[in-house]
Design a protein around this ligand. Structure first.
Ligand code: NDP
Length: 327
């Protein structure tokens, strides 16, 4: 979109001395874009930190203000007092909230994004969201001359800290090209997937597969424990065989066998993701009994373990049902 805001100055990326993990090979020309980041949760925080370390002028906003204040104290970022305050100078606005309705809820009102967001700016929603709601948000923004792409991420908190996330993008490819330098501060593999909502749809299916693997690996290991096979032995064999997955190769050895169960990705959010995949399948009239069953099981786990449990803690339910511990 043509605009006087496109007259960006060029400078060279400076490698951050604070970052343990180096940024992509420097120096190379970078568009100097003002960035606003809204949503400093478990993954939003390290993503925003990478943006700050890449030297983009950054404003941050978080619903719980103390978290944004803490972030601004440890970076050069400006602590914004409202969504409207965060985006008033922004060329690129990034949101990373639980789901699309929360993103939609930030648009309106005197303190809302649309009160100050500039025509010609780009809105990048890194929330793992709902394709249909993202299309509604894109439509609302288009009425104000603002471009929208959905850009959910994968790779977890550790991937965000390393700047090694996968970013799946739906929307206009030219908008992605414009904001790519910002996405590269936290993303390693950045893929244009299709029209608005395509990134959300792909992310939901990816996470539904994660959910299938965590649940089914737990069931399989529980029965193997009852058969007298040590879980470490079972995983050693499975990981050299055709049943392996990220769950068997990483999550179970690092989090279940050790009983560490670190809280990095809330079960509530994975329940939400599988629910999105199942809902999209229903809306598209795609028979998907496995996805629908998986959605029901993760809803049950969410109801049972609550809002703060990590997704891998779901294994404890299967252990309880079977009367064994996978350790
Ligand atoms: P968290 O639950 O840790 O953080 C959620 C963030 O959203 C917080 O900043 C929270 O603010 C804010 N928030 C919640 N509700 C509202 C609201 N109604 N209005 C404004 N802000 C709100 O989530 P994550 O950071 O883990 O996840 C964010 C997104 O990224 C989700 O879509 C998730 O599925 C996805 N994701 C997460 C990954 C992970 O490993 N954690 C991996 C890949 C994707 P407050 O501080 O006030 O609570």
């Amino acid at each position: 979109m043509a605009s006087e805001r496109r007259q960006y100055s060029f400078f060279h990326r400076v490698r951050s001395t604070r970052s343990f993990h180096p940024l992509p090979s420097a120096p190379y020309p970078l568009l100097s874009m003002n960035v606003a980041f809204l949503g400093l949760g478990a993954i939003g925080w390290p993503m925003a930190r990478r943006v700050a370390e890449a030297k983009f002028p950054l404003a941050v906003w978080n619903r719980t203000s103390s978290r944004a204040r803490e972030f601004s104290e440890t970076t050069r970022a400006r602590h914004a007092t409202s969504p409207a305050d965060a985006v008033r100078d922004a060329d690129v606005v990034i949101t990373c909230l639980p789901n699309s309705p929360e993103v939609m809820s930030l648009l309106d009102g005197a303190e809302g994004l649309l009160a100050t967001m500039r025509k010609g700016a780009a809105f990048v929603d890194c929330t793992s969201g709902e394709p249909a709601t993202s299309r509604q948000i894109a439509e609302r923004l288009r009425e104000h001359g603002i471009d929208f792409i959905d850009a959910p991420v994968s790779g977890g908190v550790s991937g965000a800290e390393k700047g090694a996330l996968t970013v799946m993008v739906g929307g206009d490819r030219a908008v992605l090209d414009r904001v790519r330098p910002v996405l590269e501060s936290f993303g390693q593999k950045i893929v244009h997937c299709g029209k608005v909502g395509a990134g959300d749809a792909l992310k939901a299916v990816n996470n539904a597969l994660l959910a299938v693997h965590v649940w089914s690996t737990a069931e399989g290991l529980a029965l193997l424990v009852k058969e007298g096979v040590a879980p470490a032995t079972a995983l050693d064999v499975i990981n050299a065989s055709s049943g392996r997955s990220n769950a068997s190769m990483n999550l179970f050895p690092e989090r279940v066998l050790t009983r560490a169960f670190p809280r990095t990705f809330r079960l509530a959010l994975l329940d939400k993701d599988v629910g999105i995949a199942a809902a999209v399948a229903s809306a598209d009239a795609v028979p998907a009994p496995m996805l629908q069953l998986t959605a029901a099981l993760w809803k049950l786990a969410h109801n049972s373990l609550g809002e703060v449990a990590d997704h891998v803690e779901t294994v404890k339910i299967i252990e309880q049902w079977a009367g064994v511990e996978i350790a």
